[in-house]
Design a protein around this ligand. Structure first.
Ligand code: C2E
Ligand code: MG
Ligand code: MG
Length: 251
């Protein structure tokens, strides 16, 4: 019903380059604006949507809306940045997934390099052989690929090397207590080293404080995302962030 009545919306959270301070991307995050419950966050409905299979049409809406939004920013002459869309296992394994992505890119006219798909280790490693072929097909289309929540699932390092991945996203749980927690600091440092040695972009999620950003910059992490920079915001607000970011760099 929420789909039919157009009650889903997207918020966008900026990804920031730690060296230049520029916004380099956005992550699209779905919300449900329920007439009786107000704004409902994905934790409360995505798992149910995954169980019922409804994540497939919802995911398709998210993908289309994210692509449409970025194309409309490009059309308006804005310094548009690639948008990352979260993809659950049910969507990724769905027979029509690749066709759906290709169709949405065609319909919205968005160049594939402006789309990144975020997948978790658990999604990819479950039946890694078939994941590899889907990833290859996405890569051939020109879509960018990221591993989300990295370090919390189970990764086969040999597959990690075989998959045509562009980005590793360090899970927020490792970022929260850096640099004081020495274990988390060691893990974060190791993930950055692993990613860099495999020529991947490494981004840390959930950066809430300056000292976290300072540490991440010191260890060579490329990008950050988190409340310290900006919470996820609506499209209009995100557009403002892009304009201001550019203005700040020029002045
Ligand atoms: P995720 O992909 O790992 O997204 C990051 C989550 O961390 C987002 O929560 C974001 O708002 C939150 N976050 C960002 N910066 C900070 C920070 O500095 N501190 C803290 N404490 N949190 C931060 P959100 O939007 O509630 O989304 C939760 C999860 O729901 C996402 O985790 C993703 O797995 C899933 N999700 C969101 N949108 C979609 C979607 O369109 N499709 C699918 N399949 N899953 C989605
Ligand atoms: Mg994500
Ligand atoms: Mg994540």
């Amino acid at each position: 019903r929420a789909l039919k009545q157009g009650e889903f919306l997207l918020h966008f959270q900026p990804k920031i380059n730690l060296t230049s301070g520029m916004i380099t991307g956005a992550e699209a995050l779905v919300r449900w604006s329920s007439p009786d419950r107000g704004l409902v966050y994905p934790k409360q409905f995505v798992p149910i949507a995954e169980e019922s299979g409804l994540i497939v049409p919802i995911g398709r809406w998210v993908l289309r809306e994210a692509c449409r939004q970025v194309q409309s920013w490009l059309d308006a002459g804005l310094r548009a940045v690639p948008v990352a869309v979260n993809t659950s296992a049910v969507e990724f394994r769905h027979a029509d997934f690749l066709e759906g992505v290709a169709l949405i890119l065609k319909e919205t006219g968005l160049a594939p390099r402006y789309l990144e798909l975020e997948l978790t280790e658990s999604v990819l490693m479950h039946d890694a052989e078939s994941s590899a072929s889907v990833l290859e097909a996405l890569k051939a289309m020109g879509v960018r690929l990221a591993i989300d929540d990295f370090g919390t699932g189970y990764s086969s390092l040999s597959y990690l090397q075989r998959f045509p991945i562009d980005t590793l996203k360090i899970d927020r749980s490792f970022v929260t207590d850096i640099p004081d927690n020495l274990d988390d600091a060691a893990i974060t440092r190791a993930i950055v080293a692993l990613g860099k040695s495999m020529q991947l972009t490494v981004i840390a999620e959930g950066v809430e404080h300056e000292h976290q950003a300072t540490f991440l910059r010191e260890i060579g992490c490329d990008e950050v995302q988190g409340y310290y920079y900006s919470a996820p915001v609506d499209a209009e607000h995100f557009e403002r962030l892009i304009r201001e970011n550019l203005a700040a760099k020029v002045s």
